[in-house]
Design a protein around this ligand. Sequence first.
Ligand SMILES: C[S@@+](CC[C@H](N)C(=O)[O-])C[C@H]1O[C@@H](n2cnc3c(N)ncnc32)[C@H](O)[C@@H]1O
Length: 348
Amino acid sequence: MNNVFNTIPLFESDVFSKKREAKNTKEKLKRLDLKRELRKKVLPLCRLDYGHIWEDPICGHRIGVLDATLEKDVNQIMNGERAKLALNDPPYNVAVGNANTKNLFKIQLDKYLNFSRKWIKNTIFALMHNAHFYLWMGADYKDNFQPFPDIIILLRDFRELKPRNFITMRNQRGFGTQKNWMWVRQELLYYIKGDPEFNIEAEYTDIPKILRGYYKEVNGEITENLERSKSKFIRAGNVWVDIQQVFYRMEENVPGCYAQKPLKATERIISSATKEEELVIDFFSHSGTTLIAGEKLKRKVYALDIDPIFAEITIRRLENFRKTGNSGWQWRNPFPELEEEIGKSRWT
Ligand SMILES: C[S@@+](CC[C@H](N)C(=O)[O-])C[C@H]1O[C@@H](n2cnc3c(N)ncnc32)[C@H](O)[C@@H]1O
């Protein structure tokens, strides 16, 4: 009997503490591209206005509040330098989470292609003669899969770029519906300008090879594929299944950002395309993933975002990383100045 009485309160308090933990570890800062009242509170905390650039005194990174479609803005941040890699993740012309915001907008396709043409031209200009060009893209099945095929066709007009690959990253958000295959794909286009080097080491995952059976005769002996291969691990290839979509329990999560790319994917791209000290550009910084990946890998990064809030988050993420070693804030708030208000306010 004693045992029963002992276990009931224990079980209840267990459930209670789990509930409390779930509540305490929920992201309290909502989408910063969406909540107007929240934006009003955050804007005065941003150190840059449109047209301003922050220069990192330690590694020379630059972060600007600039417009990727304007040649003068791109010239301002590049200041005559050229990059080895452009890693761009623009808005996809899809209403993200059913919300059409200024940052992640949905506009008429011809207008979107016009926007894309401008920033692509500026990116090519900012690249060295031999350089890599990566572009994350989306396809809206509810709208004829635009803009993915349209962007590929648009890219044909840029003769300086040669297509190299079309990567799909498995990226699971939510649980899907019962009426369709679950949408778990995220497209990544890879082009080159000139003839840049590719570091094959970056392609190896930490997934051990397990399949045997591709036999071949070498010097009169039958060998199987594992004996002949260069690594015990499989190559990522152009279907990346080993990358976790960022969510609020991961250390790298940046609350307030809705379109954050995983660091692991970003580091893979940077390592394949550049060496230490080389310059990487990202014209759509948002949560600052490219900057943090570059910092970790000792590359210099010039990042810009048209929104002072995301430029500020990018700078704070770097400062926080250097101070704490954490690559994000998990469910915690990158704006501690607003901690109290966020706790009680309706605009969160
Ligand atoms: C899809 S998010 C990028 C996500 C980023 N890769 C990450 O991991 O956090 C797109 C960003 O582009 C910015 N943006 C939209 N139009 C822009 C423009 N014309 N110039 C620069 N940035 C722009 C938005 O403010 C938004 O932060």
